[in-house]
Design a binder for this molecule. Structure first.
Ligand SMILES: [Cu+2]
Length: 172
């Protein structure tokens, strides 16, 4: 019967929706906020302050907003970061905006390789934390149980049951 098939479909869909893996929230970090990725007016302190306001986790993305051919983003090693060494970067992105996914934990170092932009403060270092798969720490307080259902809500629960009984009576 068509109705039974429909019921099976509904039940399967309901089970499937409960079995969906919980997706880990991924944060998109816009580097420098409205300043974007440029020679910061306030010097490198701009990016130091910005980075300290963020929490970076593996799986998050960094959005470097810049005009193509005006800047670039190179990820470099720690020893290249201080002196703004542009040779042998880990990776380079020439097209703005550049969206980089943080795939590994630890410290990351980014510079612009144009002219003396890095020396002028267009450099960013961040620390990325491992993505946490633990849903909640043990011993965390559970929210208080909701109040007992009122007569109004129990009435609304009765309505679909009544409807179901009527439908069953109709079909059998
Ligand atoms: Cu630049």
């Amino acid at each position: 019967m068509a109705a039974s098939k429909l019921m099976i479909v509904v039940v399967v869909m309901a089970i499937a929706s409960f079995r969906l893996p919980s997706t880990v929230a991924q944060t998109s970090h816009v580097v420098g906020d409205t300043t974007g990725w440029t020679i910061p007016p306030g010097g490198n302190a701009t990016y130091i302050t910005w980075a300290s306001s963020q929490t970076f986790t593996v799986g998050d993305t960094l959005v470097f907003n810049f005009a193509t051919n005006a800047h670039d983003v190179a990820e470099v090693r720690e020893e290249a970061y201080g002196p703004c060494t542009t040779a042998n970067p880990i990776s380079t992105n020439n097209t703005g905006p550049a969206i980089l996914t943080l795939t590994r934990p630890g410290n990351h170092y980014y510079i612009c390789t144009f002219g003396t932009h890095c020396q002028a403060g267009q450099k960013l270092t961040i620390t990325v934390a491992e993505s946490s798969t633990t849903p909640a720490p043990p011993g965390s307080t559970t929210p208080p149980s909701p109040p007992a259902p009122s007569s109004a809500s129990s009435f609304t629960a009765v309505v679909p049951i009544t409807f179901l009984a009527a439908a069953l009576a109709f079909f059998y």
